[in-house]
Design a protein around this ligand. Structure first.
Ligand SMILES: [Zn+2]
Length: 235
């Protein structure tokens, strides 16, 4: 009996600690899609190894009246392309962080994760000639997704100044248009890469998605994000 009582006492002592452990807030958030009850989606375009494709992508976005989110790799941001990147901002598109050299961040050290993210920011600010607030990170290869939100990895990402990480639920690569369209749902985050093939697909895809009633907004708008938190949903 005495043993049972002391066991119960011990459990009572431990309980608040267990509850506390569960309530430890995650370092970061991770999104594969937004609100699935609203007909909004985000078109995201990664890498930008060929920034000379930017005007064509921007023209397509303008002609279809949509906003894009671009995830360039930092080394692809060149001061000689300043006018292009300023046009991105002027036309209301969003820029996110896709690391500086497309390094697999899940395999990188804490210092390297922080450097990859801040070097990309520095490159972007140099190109734009003014500071730009980047709200979200997209991991190269999407490879940080299995690391969990309370891990040392997640902590390094948040120590670099990022609490929002954005993945996707529809990847258009290696799929014909007629297979892509049915996969896009309310709240979808659609992944493209900045290459000629995806540019061509986008031209066909956008009118089809508009026909289905989707409004195409930036990821921060879709998810209601600011760099350090969330904006209240407007009804
Ligand atoms: Zn990439």
């Amino acid at each position: 009996m005495k043993r049972v009582v002391s066991l119960v006492l011990l459990l009572l002592l431990l309980l608040p600690n267990l509850a506390w452990a569960e309530q430890t807030p995650p370092y970061i958030t991770q999104y594969t899609h937004g609100d699935q009850t609203r007909n909004r989606i985000a078109i995201t375009i990664d890498d930008w190894w060929d920034p000379e494709l930017l005007p064509d992508f921007l023209d397509v976005a303008r002609d279809n009246g949509i906003k894009l989110t671009l995830y360039p790799v930092g080394v692809n941001l060149k001061e000689s392309d300043r006018d292009l990147w300023l046009r991105v901002i002027a036309e209301g598109h969003e820029i996110g962080n896709h690391s500086n050299t497309h390094r697999d961040l899940a395999e990188a050290s804490r210092d390297s994760i922080i450097k990859q993210l801040t070097n990309m920011e520095n490159n972007l600010n140099k190109v734009l000639g003014e500071p730009y607030v980047i709200n979200t990170v997209r991991y190269p290869f999407g490879s940080g997704r299995m690391k969990g939100l309370r891990s040392a990895f997640a902590r390094a990402v948040s120590d670099a100044g990022y609490i929002h990480t954005v993945l996707w639920d529809v990847d258009i690569s290696k799929q014909p248009i007629n297979r892509i369209v049915p996969k896009v749902k309310n709240g979808s985050i659609v992944l493209l890469h900045a290459n000629n093939g995806d540019l061509k697909k986008l031209k066909t895809l956008l009118p089809l998605l508009a026909e289905k009633g989707f409004e195409m907004v930036t990821v921060s708008e879709l998810l209601g994000l600011t760099k350090t938190g969330w904006v209240p949903e407007n009804p």
